[in-house]
Write a protein that binds this ligand. Structure first.
Ligand SMILES: *[C@@H]1O[C@H](CO)[C@@H](O)[C@H](O)[C@H]1NC(C)=O
Ligand SMILES: *[C@@H]1O[C@H](CO)[C@@H](O)[C@H](O)[C@H]1NC(C)=O
Length: 400
């Protein structure tokens, strides 16, 4: 709509500023500077000048006017040629847009989205997206950016950013999702992605992930409906085991993923005050541990669990046994039938708690068995083919 290339937008812009606060001499000075920048094709200077002015008046003008102003400013990116210049201008604009998150936050986000769509430069797009995440949290408008997380994989591919920047993205998204209590699980997913980017690097790089590793563990322990996670074996998480301050957190994760209620009870008695420190609720931890212990029983005892062993392992009354089985079924942790007559639970399926070494090993064994079986099948088919060919006397094609 506006033509900054020949300075057409500037007139409208100066009218805007005049209408608001700035005194007449200031306006003339601004306009003079703007005209000079245009004359010399100093587009970055022009953009900087305009965002500064727009920022001054933003609380005093309407949404429509602010949007117009930024449309002019953002279109300036089309005037610069090199990727470096684009990046510099984008940074100048975006950092101003997010500076007053309490004023017209959703409009500011829209401005950033428009700027994003205007850009061809992948890294510049990435920079704008990061600013949008920041604005979403500070302006308390996370609901507008959450839908974009579904496309994050294709964004990452498009931006082709390095691992450090990827970490930044995953962390920032985790933070956005944490703002909304009902998205805690999604938040944990992104923090997990972040932690998974660390391999066995030197201890210094790993240690930068410590805080998030602890946070992720606590989130997992708290989450009432997450029973599985890959955290335990990740280097970023495993480093906590030898960290004096955080070893108990790791130990508790290990109990939740590999042990039963008795181990948890022992931990709790030995670490008084631990739960409060991390905002964990004893009752919830015990409930989750009971369900996890039940899953462990279900996977251990070749498809059958006696009511008695449930009662003992879960440390519940006899009358509560079926209640806990139903809870596990409701949480989709097991598929099973209760045989009240014989006081046993017949398990047809149960969830894996932690897809770790043991599960990979078991999967490998199963695959090896299938491979052998398939080899047998192929051999049988080929043997039949040979017999068939021999009897018919014709040449056929065989697939080897
Ligand atoms: C939180 O997330 C839920 C589920 O996506 C959504 O319905 C709700 O609007 C969100 N609340 C806020 C304040 O964003
Ligand atoms: C392999 O074949 C045998 C007999 O044909 C069968 O008992 C076994 O279950 C099969 N194993 C797998 C993993 O399918």
């Amino acid at each position: 709509m506006l033509v900054p290339r020949n300075g057409g937008g500037i007139e409208q812009f100066s009218v805007l500023i005049t209408m608001t606060i700035v005194s007449e001499p200031q306006v003339s000075r601004l306009c003079r500077e703007a005209e000079e920048s245009i004359r010399d094709c100093r587009w970055l200077d022009l953009a900087t000048l305009m965002v500064t002015s727009a920022d001054l008046v933003s609380t005093k003008i309407s949404e429509k006017d602010l949007e117009c102003t930024y449309t002019i400013i953002c279109s300036l990116v089309k005037n610069v040629k090199t990727p470096e210049e684009v990046l510099e201008m984008v940074k100048a604009i975006a950092s101003k847009v997010v500076q007053q998150p309490d004023d017209k936050a959703s409009l500011r986000l829209k401005i950033l989205f428009n700027l994003y769509n205007l850009l061809d430069h992948p890294n510049a797009r990435f920079q704008v997206y990061m600013k949008a995440l920041e604005l979403a949290v500070n302006g308390k408008i996370t609901e507008y950016i959450v839908p974009s997380f579904k496309k994050i994989d294709s964004f990452l591919k498009e931006w082709s950013i390095d691992i450090k920047d990827q970490r930044e993205v995953f962390l920032a998204i985790g933070k956005v999702l944490r703002e909304n209590k009902s998205l805690a699980e999604e938040s944990l997913q992104f923090v997990t992605k972040y932690l998974a980017t660390f391999s066995n690097e030197d201890a210094q790089v790993l240690s930068e992930a410590k805080e998030e590793a602890v946070r992720a563990i606590i989130e997992f322990l708290k989450a009432p409906s997450i029973f599985q996670c890959d955290l335990l074996d990740m280097p970023a998480v495993a480093q906590l085991e030898k960290d004096p301050n955080n070893a108990p957190v790791y130990q508790l994760l290990k109990i939740f993923l590999t042990q039963r209620l008795d181990a948890y009870m022992e931990f709790q008695n030995a670490n008084s005050g631990f739960l409060q420190t991390y905002g964990l609720v004893e009752e919830d931890c015990v409930a989750k541990m009971r369900l996890l212990s039940l899953v462990d029983l279900a996977s251990d005892e070749s498809g059958k669990i006696s009511y008695a062993s449930i009662k003992n392992t879960l440390q519940v009354n006899e009358e509560e046994v079926e209640l806990w089985v139903v809870k596990a079924i409701t949480a989709k942790l097991v598929d099973c039938k209760m045989d009240q007559m014989n006081q046993v639970v017949i398990v047809s399926r149960c969830a894996e708690r932690d897809f770790g070494q043991k599960q990979w090993q078991s999967l490998r064994t199963k695959l090896a068995a299938w491979r052998d079986n398939i080899t047998n099948v192929i051999n049988t088919i080929q043997a039949n083919k040979v017999t068939e060919e021999a009897s018919s006397g014709t040449q056929g094609l065989t697939v080897r």
